[in-house]
Design a protein around this ligand. Structure first.
Ligand code: UDP
Length: 412
């Protein structure tokens, strides 16, 4: 399994847990340092299936190096596979989110074989393995470790899984020492786990995705991308996935534009290597957007460009129909932007109480809420500020690190 190179943070003046004290309490920092002393020297390995392009990769890119600065040897490895493998795992992903499943025996056999081959490289080298999502789930089954502890971290809303899929997946899940879901409501009703935890994800305010940027800089980035500074920008940043409903976003945009013609829409989508649906959806989007020069579609922009777009946008759309957590919502609340989002998965958890009315169920509702925000800048600003307060309180990296270290201490 290839190792993902994360930044070494060999410059302690730049990043260490103390650098987060600007935003989180001294008590939380001390709690983390205390847990780290208790765990010093342990070896932890995260395993997932992509180094970029989704929320899991985004979090691991910050969590793994920060953990290492605390005397814990943290590594990140990838399960690799061909297109067929990722078609099967994306089908699992969709089926855990309750979609119908259409997988033949040989596809399942191929999935298991890839997990078996990856498990051959696992030999008690780490004290704790944290396996993310269904792609590498069965590695634990095939790995011959005697002393390691195994944690399955499921980022998907699995509350109503497609029954045959769950029947296939469940025995593998129940072999783990601990299972973590984002929220209590995400667990399947009949899961029998020896240790169950609920831990929401978090963003890193020090990553290039979230760092403060000067207005001059982000305006320049927009101009270089060919986006006008004269018309307000509505933005959705998401994998091109049917569950994120980018086609619905374009339809909502067209509805708002009938009322407010001087508007632009930017769709920025990561083509994650483990998501084979991305290419097909991109084609469909280009067709839907054809002829409208105010719609800009980008693929695989860098962190600084995404940061710039999120800071320059007037309002954000995240029109998910099904969602895990939707890390991007915390990213934009952090930047004090108002958000109109699908009422799905972990998104409502991130919304400030007084603004739950901006959670929507349809294209029409989405258009209507966007139009409200465009006409009422003061409300839009208040919403963004409330979102920032919510993220500061609940969804910053140190809290996630504390929860994770606590779990390691418990399973060990
Ligand atoms: N992202 C990105 N570039 C893109 C699209 C998405 O960097 O073109 C990032 C986005 O900023 C966020 C993550 O990918 O950090 C998406 O996470 P989320 O939890 O919202 O969705 P997921 O893809 O994990 O379902």
């Amino acid at each position: 399994m290839p190792r993902v190179q994360t930044p070494r943070y060999c410059c302690p003046d730049l990043i260490g847990i103390e650098h987060y004290e600007r935003w989180v309490s001294r008590d939380l920092i001390e709690e983390i340092q205390q847990l780290a002393r208790q765990l010093r020297g342990i070896r932890v390995c995260h395993i997932n299936s992509t180094a970029s392009g989704g929320g899991v990769a985004e979090m691991l890119g910050s969590l793994v190096p920060l953990c290492s600065t605390l005397g814990i040897q943290a590594d990140w490895r990838l399960i690799t596979g061909d297109e067929q493998f990722f078609r099967v795992t994306k089908t699992f992903h969709n089926a855990l989110q309750s979609a119908g499943l259409d997988l033949r025996e040989e596809a399942l056999a191929g999935y298991l074989e890839r997990n078996r081959v990856s498990a051959e490289q696992v030999h008690d080298e780490y004290d704790v393995y944290v396996v993310h999502d269904p792609q590498p789930l069965a590695i634990r089954h095939f790995a011959s470790t005697d002393h390691s502890k195994w944690i399955w971290r499921c980022h998907i809303d699995s509350s109503k899984p497609n029954p045959p899929t769950w029947e296939f997946v469940r025995p593998f899940v129940e072999e783990y020492d601990a299972v973590v879901f984002t929220m209590e409501s995400f667990q399947p009703a009949d899961l029998n786990a020896s240790c169950l935890r609920f831990v929401p994800p978090a963003i890193d305010p020090l990553s290039t995705k979230n760092l403060e940027l000067d207005e001059d800089l982000y305006c320049r980035v927009l101009v270089e991308l060919g986006i006008s500074l004269r018309k307000p920008v509505l933005l959705q940043v998401s994998r091109f996935d049917p569950w994120k409903d980018p086609l619905g976003v374009i339809r909502a945009f067209h509805l708002v534009k009938q009322e407010i013609p001087a508007l632009q829409l930017v769709l920025a989508g990561g083509m994650a290597t483990d998501d084979p649906q991305g290419g097909e959806m991109l084609e469909a989007l280009r067709t839907e957007a054809a002829g409208d020069r105010d719609i800009h579609v980008f693929t695989n922009l860098g962190n600084l460009e995404i940061n710039a777009l999120q800071r320059a946008a007037y309002a954000i759309i995240q029109k998910s129909i099904k969602e895990g957590f939707g890390l991007v919502v915390s990213e934009v609340f952090w930047k004090r932007k108002p958000v109109v989002a699908g009422n799905a998965g972990g998104i409502p958890l991130q919304f400030p109480d007084d603004y739950q009315g901006f959670l929507v169920e349809s294209v029409e509702e989405c258009a209507q809420r966007l139009s409200t925000l465009l006409k009422q800048p003061a409300q839009a600003q208040g919403f963004g500020a409330a979102g920032n307060a919510k993220v500061t309180a609940d969804f910053l990296l140190p809290r996630l690190l504390r929860d994770e270290l606590q779990l390691f201490a418990d399973v060990l």
